[in-house]
Ligand binder design. Structure first.
Ligand code: HC0
Length: 567
């Protein structure tokens, strides 16, 4: 330990820390902007500047503590320098706060206010960059970029994708894909974790709300909406509720008031996915198919494996994701049941995910020329629509999802949290293979939020090895270990985003580890409260196999519910 003085008070702190880390433990607040703990500690923005006796003014996020260090975090000169640095950043930042999508949820705006910036005294040359809206998922606006490099770090260190770099030098530096390509032309997974990293609106989702308003206004169309599991534990945050607050019932009412003709649930098609995927796992185990079976419901992960590990595509489950299975069922089974021409049914998805926009747009995702899903909006875009419609969300009465595609089990709800697809699958696979009833439905060693988890399950006397991965960098490391023969599994769940869909790139901002855990636990509590908690016991799904699909893995199921990948 070392002794330091901070703002006139003596403290003993751990050696090897930075001033910022020490101050944080002492609960002395130093403002930061470019800093992201363990990910981006580069002292770029100079907002965390402090006065260090003998060393002048230093960024607290990179300067190490040492014995006898005397630090001032709050002197008039320190405050003035922070304001000056902020003014320099603002001088090159569009002053469009009123119209900006991050207005009132922008770190730059909040800091400028906290630091007491009253105006920007500087002006000079500004480069006018083109928007990069080349992808169906993510839009880059380099004009708003403050070059904090948080997106660069997250894309590299958390996701291992490395789609973004600082290009050029000095005044001309731009954060973009290499050689200033557009995002569409590089190996971006569209996971949207860069959006959570961005303190401003330099990276955002592609806005599809206008398209959804148009569909809702079209009287000739029968517009159905599906709501992803993870949205019901996060949407409340957009209205001031705690992360993890359960708002499914209000969400349903909000959808009805917006004018959707039917309000259905992706949790229903998550149950359906389990039927197909469990069948696939059992048949690969029995017939010696490609193992480990890798889950296929996270579209960022799918795009990642197509770019980086396409030798393992035969291991991917051929199941479409629940989002796409829902669309296919809505325009076949439901259309037939209701006597509506499938071309008149429009499927809108509310997803916690930016890559779901890309998934819905993939050319593979249609049956007989009819698209599975017509439009995808994120949790954030949905909140925006509710606000635009003047709906008083917090005071809405609750309501239930519509039948039949809104009848669900707890197994489907936990899809939205890392480990949930695995647990849901194991509940079904275990009972199908072992033929006896599971006594305890919770698979404790599959739960948790660590990036990599492993478990073993006894199936008919054989130990089946499973792994659960979240975050694409962790996925890469695991795939490398599998290829090197260092690890062997039968079944691996991969979710592209840290924490699974509860940490998706379309979720409310901020999203961080603590918030992710609260949302995840919210989903576990929904599961625990349900009467039916195993997908194969979903009464609607039982009926659909009886009357419509025949068997899991059968030919009709294949046409509607399975897909192919691009190598
Ligand atoms: Fe997910 Fe899904 S669990 S990927 O995170 O499988 O986005 O919430 O909707 O499709 O169900 C996202 C969430 C989904 C799908 C489901 C899966």
């Amino acid at each position: 330990d070392v002794n330091i003085e901070v703002d006139g008070q003596e403290f003993e702190v751990e050696s090897g820390q930075t001033i910022l880390e020490a101050a944080c433990e002492l609960e002395i607040k130093i403002p930061t902007l470019c800093y992201l703990k363990d990910k981006n500690e580069i002292g770029a923005c100079r907002i965390c500047i402090v006065e260090v006796e003998g060393s002048g003014y230093q960024p607290a996020c990179t300067f190490p503590v040492s014995d006898g260090l005397v630090i001032k975090t709050n002197s008039p000169r320190v405050r003035q320098l922070r304001r000056l640095n902020m003014e320099l950043i603002l001088a090159n930042h569009p002053q469009e706060c009123l119209q900006c999508e991050r207005s009132t949820n922008c770190e730059l705006q909040r800091l400028a206010k906290e630091l007491g910036v009253e105006g920007v005294r500087f002006s000079g040359e500004v480069i006018d960059y083109e928007l990069d809206d080349s992808t169906p998922s993510i839009v880059r606006d380099p004009n708003k970029c403050i070059q904090c490099r948080r997106c660069v770090s997250v894309c590299d260190k958390v996701q291992g994708v490395k789609a973004l770099f600082p290009n050029h030098r000095g005044f001309e530096t731009i954060i973009s894909p290499a050689f200033n390509k557009s995002l569409e032309d590089v190996a971006c997974s569209f996971c949207g974790q860069c959006i959570h990293a961005c303190p401003v609106a330099a990276i955002k989702e592609k806005d599809n709300t206008k398209e959804v308003w148009q569909l809702l206004n079209d009287e000739k169309k029968h517009v159905v909406v599906q709501i992803a599991p993870a949205v019901r534990v996060s949407l409340g945050e957009e209205f001031g509720l705690d992360p993890g607050t359960l708002v499914a019932d209000k969400l349903v009412t909000a959808c009805r008031r917006l004018g959707f003709d039917k309000v259905f649930d992706t949790v229903f098609s998550a149950d359906l996915t389990i039927m197909e995927e469990a069948h696939e796992l059992i048949s690969r185990l029995e017939t010696g198919g490609s193992l480990p079976l890798l889950t296929s419901c996270s579209p960022g992960w799918i795009k990642y494996i197509e770019h980086f590990h396409n030798d393992l595509l035969p291991n991917l489950s051929t199941c479409k994701s629940p989002q796409q299975m829902f669309g296919a069922m809505a325009k076949s089974y439901y259309a037939k049941m209701k006597g509506i021409n499938p071309e008149d049914i429009m499927v809108v998805s509310i997803m916690p995910c930016t890559a779901k926009k890309f998934e819905a747009a993939r050319e593979e995702m249609e049956v007989d020329g009819i698209r599975d899903v017509d439009s995808v909006i994120t949790t954030r875009e949905f909140a925006k629509m509710i606000k635009m419609a003047g709906i008083d969300f917090l005071n809405l009465p609750g309501d239930k999802f519509d039948e039949p595609l809104g009848i669900t089990t707890g197994a489907g709800d936990i899809f939205g949290v890392t480990g949930g697809v695995m647990e849901a699958a194991l509940r079904t696979v275990y009972e199908k293979v072992n033929g006896d009833e599971l006594e305890r439905l919770e698979f404790d060693n599959v739960r948790g939020f660590a990036g990599v988890r492993e478990a073993e399950v006894n199936l008919n006397g054989e130990e089946i090895k499973v792994a659960i991965i979240n975050g694409l960098r962790n996925a890469n490391d695991l795939l490398e270990a599998i290829k090197a023969g260092e690890k062997e599994y039968h079944f691996v769940e991969v979710m592209g985003c840290p924490g699974g869909c509860v940490g998706g790139g379309g979720q409310p901002i901020p999203t961080n580890e603590e918030i992710i855990a609260k949302r995840g636990n919210g989903l576990y509590s929904i599961d625990a409260s349900k009467n039916i908690r195993k997908s194969h016991q979903n009464p609607v799904i039982e009926k659909i196999y009886e009357n419509y699909l025949d068997n899991p893995g059968g030919s009709k199921a294949h046409d509607l519910l399975h897909t192919t990948y691009r190598s």
